[in-house]
Design a protein around this ligand. Structure first.
Ligand SMILES: [Zn+2]
Length: 319
């Protein structure tokens, strides 16, 4: 029940009822509404702060998932990095060592932070930027490593080619060989009887014994003339040539490509020679070098030792 208020009217010396003006009503209504609004606001604030809406719950769950993903990716990047480091070490210490290549310089400068600008301003920005940097570094390393392997591949191809080309066998088959008559070094010349440098090895064999190319190459000379008599020179590339002297018959023509073991002529005694034999030279660059170091393909350890002994013995060459 509403209270009825009275006031004392001194002019009438009596109590009179207090009338409710329209303004009073308006003020009261306004006051009530204001109080309700404030109370509602407080309640809403409390609700929003401590109780999640369904949408917020979903977003929070998603956010949690992203964080887990970030952690997982970080771990994967670390794992991949250590795998790559292992590859780098194998590359530097084994592969590049085999091919005598310089080690790769894998130094990675700090990445340009400008490109991660769009990742700034989020809750996880630091982690995201760090992960992006790691992935970028990883990509650079992989690229460098891949280049290194391409280079090694090329070196391996060259090495195979090199091994096929350099002289690596005797010019005469072991079964046909009478003996190694004279080695590389100072020998008494059979015709001039002087102490002369013998720039090759003499293999004695019966007249007409086949002579073989000792490595892949191109015939650069095949003809007669001078002290070597009928002779063949093969250019093997990589700075190597071989010469086969005193042939009875030449079985090659200039420009012809030959494979190791291919027939190029027959043993004879043409030129300055005293008996049928092949005078064999290995030339590297401008120097005639000891062919004894270039028979490694077809000799056993014992055979190699025997040929070494004979070839190093002092004596007369067949030239
Ligand atoms: Zn000789």
């Amino acid at each position: 029940m509403a209270k009825i208020k009275y006031f004392y009217n001194p002019h009438k010396l009596d109590f009179e009822k207090v009338g409710t003006s329209i303004w009073t009503i308006v003020l009261r209504v306004f006051g009530f509404l204001s109080a309700s609004a404030v109370a509602g606001g407080i309640m809403a604030f409390v609700a929003y702060s401590f109780v999640d809406s369904p949408k917020e719950k979903v977003l929070k769950r998603e956010n949690e998932q992203y964080k887990q993903q970030l952690k997982y990716l970080n771990r994967r990047v670390v794992e991949l990095n250590s795998l790559l480091t292992e590859l780098e070490q194998r590359d530097a210490n084994i592969y590049r060592a085999i091919f005598e290549a310089d080690p790769v310089d894998i130094k990675i400068g700090k990445s340009n932070t400008e490109k991660y600008r769009n990742l700034e301003g989020y809750e996880n920005s630091d982690e995201l930027i760090a992960l992006n940097q790691k992935v970028d570094e990883l990509a650079t390393k992989v690229q460098l490593q891949s280049n290194s392997f391409d280079e090694l591949n090329q070196l391996a191809k060259n090495k195979t080619e090199f091994l096929a080309c350099i002289p690596a066998i005797q010019p005469i088959s072991n079964k046909d060989l009478t003996r190694v008559a004279s080695g590389f070094g100072y020998r008494i010349h059979p015709v001039f009887k002087t102490h002369k440098f013998h720039s090759g090895i003499d293999f004695t064999a019966p007249q007409g014994t086949p002579i073989y190319a000792t490595g892949n190459g191109t015939i650069s000379f095949a003809d007669g003339g001078n002290g070597y008599g009928k002779h063949v020179i093969i250019n093997h590339g990589f700075g190597y040539s071989t010469l086969y002297g005193h042939m009875s018959r030449v079985k090659a023509r200039p420009g012809q490509k030959v494979k190791r073991g291919e027939l190029i002529g027959y043993v004879g005694s043409t030129g300055t020679s005293t008996a049928p034999h092949v005078h064999y030279e290995v030339i590297k660059g401008k120097n005639k070098i000891n062919p004894i170091n270039y028979f490694f393909n077809d000799l056993t350890e014992e055979e190699y030792q025997a040929i070494r002994d004979i070839a190093s013995r002092e004596g007369q060459s067949f030239d």
